[in-house]
Write a new protein. Structure first.
Length: 140
């Protein structure tokens, strides 16, 4: 088992968020000092795979790749029911996207039962899973 020198977060603790400037500083240090990703990650106290991903994303897309991704939060389909500002075309686009996501889930072999917070996913072998905010938990 890892000691205090482990880089990962403890259970229930939110992950560390880095600003674009912090990410850029680390990537620029990698390029300027010509040190390995492992040495850089240890000296910065950041997980190796995180630093490696920043370097690869920066190489592909530049500084824009290191910008925060706040658009990934929350249920993007909730606007179908809650938004008063979304127009009819935007609502239809969201409904199509939701149906496409449901089709992709069905192609993976899940049967969806229920709706909203009571939604359950049944696998081909009969196991039932419920979606939660943290993880999928098996129901006995």
């Amino acid at each position: 088992m890892k000691g205090d020198d482990s880089v990962g977060s403890t259970k229930g603790k939110p992950h560390r968020r880095y600003s674009q400037e912090e990410k850029l500083r680390v990537v620029e240090r990698y390029h300027q000092e010509h040190i390995s990703v492992l040495a850089l990650s240890k000296s910065e106290g950041i997980n190796y795979s995180v630093v490696q991903r920043w370097i690869l994303e920066y190489a592909k897309e530049g500084e824009a790749a290191l910008a925060p991704h706040d658009d990934r939060k929350g249920n993007r389909y909730s606007a179908i029911h809650t938004s008063n500002t979304i127009d009819e075309i935007g609502c239809l686009k969201l409904q199509v996207a939701k149906l496409e996501a449901d089709m992709a889930r069905l192609k993976k072999g899940y049967l969806v039962k229920g709706d909203g917070f009571q939604k359950e996913y049944v696998t081909g072998s009969g196991k039932i899973f419920r979606s939660s905010t943290n993880s999928k938990k098996s129901i006995p």
